[in-house]
Structures are given as structure tokens and as C-alpha cells.
Design a protein around this ligand. Structure first.
Ligand SMILES: [Zn+2]
Ligand SMILES: [Zn+2]
Length: 125
């Protein structure tokens, strides 16, 4: 089982299964929610992710639902219409051993100059 938590630890996830998708994305939205050069996301079956603690919801207007801790602001998980039946989890919030290398990189048209993406990954603009 994998576990994830926000910075303050009040919002937590327990995850039973293995991720089906493991990607980074360099779009402006992912840079904003992660506060970093790219967002790193793993998607799990919806039924295998169990959240506990208070959460706030953000609806960006593109059909996504994003959930973050109201105390410390960390984004922890989300639903996207692009991945029906799955939950996206912010990989930085996971702890333990289960952080496998991503398989693909998205929105490479807005990648930061200093980021070097491994050539054997899938590449998408
Ligand atoms: Zn928190
Ligand atoms: Zn993105």
C-alpha cells in the first residue's frame, strides 16, 4: 500500500493498487499547481484510493476537480475527464518506496530550458 499526505499531514491518501499512468506535464497549469518546473502525476484506479481529512475543492472549468488541503494548500489529488475512472495523485505527496520513473512527458512546448527529458520516454507537445 502507498501513502500520501499534504505538507501539514491533515489530508492523507491510502492507495491499494499500482499506478496505471505515470507522467510529467510542463503546461502552465501544472507549473502553477506544483509551484515547480513541471507537475508529476500518477493515476490509480478510483476505487483503490482512499482519502481522509478535510479537503477543499477547486473546479478549474475544464471538467477537472482538484482537491487540496485547506490548512497548508498542498494539492493532493484530482479527477480529470481525460482519465475516466482514475484518480490523479501528486507524486511529490507520496512517501515510501513507490515512486517509479515516469513513462511520458506532456506539453513539451512549454518545457523549462534546463529540464532534460530522457530520450526513451514518450514525448508529447
Ligand atoms: Zn495540509
Ligand atoms: Zn499539465
Amino acid at each position: 500500500m502507498s501513502k500520501a499526505q499534504c505538507c501539514c499531514g491533515k489530508l492523507r491518501l491510502e492507495i491499494d493498487g499500482d499506478p496505471t499512468i505515470n507522467v510529467v506535464c510542463h503546461c502552465a497549469d501544472c507549473q502553477r499547481w506544483s509551484g515547480s518546473a513541471f507537475g508529476w502525476s500518477m493515476y490509480f484506479e478510483e476505487t483503490s484510493v482512499h482519502a481522509s481529512g478535510n479537503k477543499s475543492e477547486y473546479l478549474p472549468g475544464n471538467g477537472q476537480k482538484r482537491y487540496f488541503c485547506p490548512s497548508c494548500g498542498s494539492t493532493l489529488f484530482w479527477f480529470s475527464p481525460d482519465f475516466a475512472g482514475l484518480i490523479g495523485v501528486a507524486v511529490g505527496s507520496l512517501f515510501g518506496e513507490r515512486r517509479p520513473t515516469p513513462m511520458a512527458s506532456y506539453s513539451e512546448n512549454s518545457v523549462c530550458d534546463w529540464v532534460n527529458i530522457p530520450t526513451d520516454w514518450e514525448h508529447h507537445d
